[in-house]
Design a protein around this ligand. Structure first.
Ligand code: MN
Length: 331
C-alpha cells in the first residue's frame, strides 16, 4: 500500500538524505530528484544527489545539475534515508548502490514512483501509477509538506512532466498534469526555455546516427508494428552513444496505422553474441508493459522496455511473436 503520510514523516524526521533514481535518467528521473531535494534543503536537510549515469547532455540545463554525483563512493557518511525516484525496482539504481546498500549506510529506503509493473523493493513507498510523471507525485508531496516551490524547483518539476508526457501529447496527459504544469509556470518555469533546452540542442552526431538508422525502418504484423534499429557499427561510424537514440522510437511511432513502435538498440555484451535493448511504444490498445515483462523488462502500458540477447533476427522473432499474441493475431 502506498504510504504518503509515512513517507512524509520520514522526509520530515530525516536530517541527511540521499536522493537518487534509475540509471540512464530521463527528465522525470532527474527533475524529480532535484525538485524534491531542493525543496527540502531550506528546511535544514542535508541532501546529496546521486545518479549512476550522471546528467545526460540534453538535461544539462537543469538547475543545480552540478550537485548530481555519479560515484556513490565520493559521497561519504551515512544517511537517515534514501529516496529513490521514478524507479520501482531498486536494482535499476545500479550496481554500486546495491553494494553500498549492504553496508547499511543508506538508511531507510523510500520509493516514489508511477511505474506499475513491479512490487516495490524498499522499506516504504509512494506508488501512483495514475500520475503522468513522478514529478507530479513530488509536487503533491511538496504541497503536503507545505514547502516553498522556487523557480528552480518549478523548472525541475516542469521538465519532469514535459519529458514523461511527450510535451503534453501522450495519453497520460490529463487535467492534473496540465494543472500542475500551470502552477509550475506561475512559480517560474519557462515552457519555451525548457522545451528548447531539451529538444532543440541536438548534437550533430545524433542527426547523423538518425540518418543511418532511418533506412532500417520496417513494418511488420500487417503494418501494426513498426521498428527502427541502431547497431554498434552505426554508433561507431557517427561517434555517437546510446543517449543519441533518445526519441528515435517516436519516428516509427509516427507512421499512419502503426499500433506498436519498437526501437532495437545494440548494447555491448560480455560475449560476442550481441544484446539488444528494446524500447516499446503503444499508440493503440496494446499493453506493451505486458510484453516487456514477459521478456524480463517492465514499464507502463504505453511505454516499456526490455532486452534480448542474440542476433537481431533472433531478437525480432522473439519480440514479434509476443507482440502478435498481444495484438490478437492468429498465426
Ligand atoms: Mn517517469
Amino acid at each position: 500500500m502506498s504510504d504518503f503520510v509515512g513517507v512524509s514523516e520520514i522526509l520530515k524526521s530525516s536530517r541527511r538524505l540521499l536522493v537518487t533514481s534509475h540509471e540512464s535518467p530521463d527528465g522525470d528521473a532527474l527533475g524529480s530528484m532535484l525538485g524534491l531535494g531542493l525543496s527540502l534543503e531550506p528546511e535544514g536537510k542535508e541532501v546529496e544527489y546521486y545518479n549512476a549515469s550522471g546528467v545526460p547532455p540534453h538535461l544539462d540545463f537543469l538547475p543545480y545539475r552540478g550537485r548530481v554525483k555519479s560515484v556513490l563512493n565520493e559521497i561519504p557518511g551515512s544517511f537517515d534515508a534514501t529516496i529513490i525516484l521514478d524507479c520501482t525496482d531498486i536494482g535499476r539504481v545500479g550496481e554500486e548502490f546495491l553494494t553500498e546498500l549492504e553496508t547499511g549506510r543508506m538508511g531507510r529506503t523510500v520509493i516514489i514512483d508511477h511505474h506499475s509493473t513491479r512490487v516495490p523493493s524498499a522499506d516504504m513507498h509512494v506508488l501512483f501509477p495514475c500520475a503522468a510523471a513522478t514529478g507530479i507525485i513530488v509536487f503533491s508531496l511538496i504541497k503536503y509538506l507545505e514547502l516553498e516551490i522556487t523557480s528552480d524547483i518549478a523548472t525541475s518539476l516542469y521538465t519532469a512532466i514535459v519529458s514523461d508526457t511527450g510535451s503534453f501529447s501522450y495519453e497520460n496527459t490529463g487535467p492534473e498534469a496540465l494543472r500542475v504544469a500551470a502552477e509550475l509556470i506561475e512559480r517560474g518555469a519557462s515552457p519555451s526555455y525548457i522545451s528548447e533546452a531539451i529538444y532543440q540542442r541536438e548534437p550533430i552526431s545524433k542527426i547523423k546516427l538518425l540518418g543511418l538508422a532511418l533506412p532500417t525502418i520496417e513494418l511488420s504484423e500487417g503494418g501494426d508494428v513498426a521498428s527502427i534499429t541502431v547497431d554498434g557499427t552505426m554508433f561507431e561510424r557517427t561517434s555517437s552513444g546510446r543517449a543519441d537514440t533518445e526519441g528515435f522510437v517516436n519516428i516509427p511511432r509516427s507512421i499512419k496505422g502503426v499500433k506498436v513502435a519498437v526501437l532495437f538498440r545494440e548494447v555491448s555484451s560480455s560475449d560476442n553474441e550481441g544484446k539488444w535493448k528494446i524500447s516499446l511504444r503503444s499508440k493503440g490498445e496494446v499493453n506493451v508493459a505486458a510484453v516487456a515483462e514477459k521478456l524480463g523488462g517492465g514499464g507502463h502500458e504505453r511505454a516499456a522496455g526490455c532486452s534480448i540477447r542474440g542476433s537481431i533476427e533472433h531478437a525480432k522473432e522473439n519480440l514479434f511473436d509476443l507482440l502478435r499474441e498481444e495484438l490478437g493475431w492468429k498465426v
